[in-house]
Design a protein. Structure first.
Length: 454
């Protein structure tokens, strides 16, 4: 067998072009075979189809059709965030231009652990991360695999500068925050009630007063865009309390951070600039393929705790001779240039283009909420702050709400999320698809109506 072609080098483009046609063809065929937002039949049917498509994982002889077969099977069995009825999670339909840029990253394969593996990518990352941090009112940023890693890193940076650190977060905080405290060997976090879905400043004041301790030994984590309801904690009040009590402030803006791009919605993030660290995540409301996380920091020196020496990557004499030292830009070693697709997207759409997308999904969510509000068969939880809408069939018990969601999932007809708020179970629509039309939302409600057991 001849050597399989490489993705880069002189033969790369010629080898990739027909393969791309194969991939695009398989994506289209798989989507058509699926015929809806996700595959019908539930987990057993999907697993059986995938088992058939895969056959033997490592056959003695290779199969030249494997690319088409497996991409087709993956597309057929995917929950497609570009389908208007796929609205459960912060799972965005990626922009075509971002996916295309990601192909270049895969083909060239720069690895951001040393300059000699990623000369241009490392320069691009340094420029774009700093500019993104400035959008949030901070000084520098590092690229992560998403909100979870950004939150972990924020806690690590705080712990390294403030031994004995204690995390204080709302009951509405993302699960990755208490988990990061566990991972880092910190004491259990103090969890402040958030009965209405946002962190209660009076309860935070009580918690901070009770904790005392030296300045900086408490890290308060607030949320700008909760996972369940897209709510934004009262950031200015929280920042004021942190300043008064000498606590550090981390803001998890994994969900809401992209409101910064919109003139119409940016004010909702007032207070973000007071944080010591901010989690951003462009694979949510930034229309990037996974992964596109960012952790922004107020002081570039905060990142110094990540510095490490490994002679094969950043020998002292190389650094002294001017080779950029990249090991301190992440906890990972080998690292994809996720910054490329982000930079391409920012430049291609510009601030106005991104703002239009943000404004569109927020407007669609408001329209959907209005539709629900005026529908006699549904209860609306509240008007959306970003683009999450919680609703439930009127008079249905929690079990019926949960069953309706599962019926739609296993029938392959709609992907809705679920959230528990105010002691009731709600259906959750997180609208991240700017192409969704009002008709689609009306159709979604009809599907829920027809699937709720009475
Ligand atoms: C507020 C918030 N923070 C963090 C995360 C974790 O992000 P990721 O899944 O990219 O790790 C999420 C995920 O939904 C989130 O909603």
């Amino acid at each position: 067998m001849s050597t399989p072609p490489l993705a880069s080098g002189p033969q790369g483009p010629a080898a990739l072009r027909p393969l791309l046609d194969t991939v695009l063809d398989a994506l289209d065929g798989g989507r058509t075979a699926r015929g809806g937002p996700l595959p019908a039949g539930g987990p057993a049917a999907v697993a059986a189809r995938m088992r058939d498509a895969l056959g033997e994982t490592l056959p003695d002889e290779g199969d030249p059709h494997a690319l088409h077969t497996l991409v087709h099977a993956l597309a057929e069995g995917s929950a497609d965030p570009a389908d208007p009825l796929c609205t459960a999670h912060l799972h965005c339909p990626p922009l075509a231009v971002a996916a295309a840029a990601d192909l270049a990253a895969s083909a060239l394969n720069p690895s951001l652990d040393s300059w000699d593996q990623a000369p241009a990518a490392s320069a691009l990352e340094a420029l774009v991360t700093r500019d993104l941090a400035r959008e949030a009112g901070l000084a520098d940023a590092v690229v992560t695999t998403g909100g979870t890693e950004s939150n972990q890193l924020a806690l690590l940076l705080a712990r390294e500068t403030h031994p004995g650190l204690r995390l204080v977060c709302g009951a509405n905080a993302h699960h990755s925050l208490p988990r990061a405290a566990w991972l880092l060997g910190l004491p259990d976090p103090v969890v402040v009630p958030a009965p209405t879905g946002t962190l209660d400043p009076a309860a935070l004041h009580t918690a901070l007063t009770g904790l005392g301790g030296p300045r900086g030994s408490v890290l308060v984590a607030a949320t700008a865009g909760t996972t369940d309801a897209g709510l934004i904690d009262p950031l200015p009040e929280i920042a004021g309390l942190c300043a008064a009590h000498g606590a550090r402030l981390h803001i998890d803006a994994a969900h809401g951070g992209s409101l910064l791009f919109s003139d119409r919605h940016r004010d909702k993030l007032t207070g973000l600039e007071a944080a010591h660290t901010v989690t951003l995540d462009l694979h949510k409301l930034g229309w990037q393929p996974l992964a596109a996380g960012i952790l922004a920091v107020r002081h570039p020196r905060d990142l110094a705790v990540l510095d490490r020496r490994a002679d094969y990557l950043n020998a002292d004499d190389d650094t002294e001779a001017g080779l950029p030292d990249l090991l301190g830009r992440s906890l990972r070693t080998s690292r994809r240039p996720d910054i490329l697709k982000i930079a391409v997207t920012l430049r291609t759409l510009g601030r106005r283009g991104l703002a239009t997308l943000v404004d569109q999904v927020c407007a669609r969510a408001r329209e959907f909420a209005d539709l629900i509000h005026h529908h006699p068969g549904f209860d609306l939880h509240d008007r959306p702050t970003i683009s999450t809408v919680l609703f439930r069939p009127s008079g249905a018990c929690d079990e019926a709400v949960a069953a309706a969601r599962r019926t739609l999932l296993t029938g392959g007809r709609a992907v809705l999320g679920r959230a528990r708020l105010g002691d009731r179970l709600w259906l959750k629509a997180t609208l991240l698809n700017p192409a969704v039309r009002p008709d689609d939302l009306a159709a979604l409600l009809k599907l829920v109506e027809g699937s709720t057991p009475r």
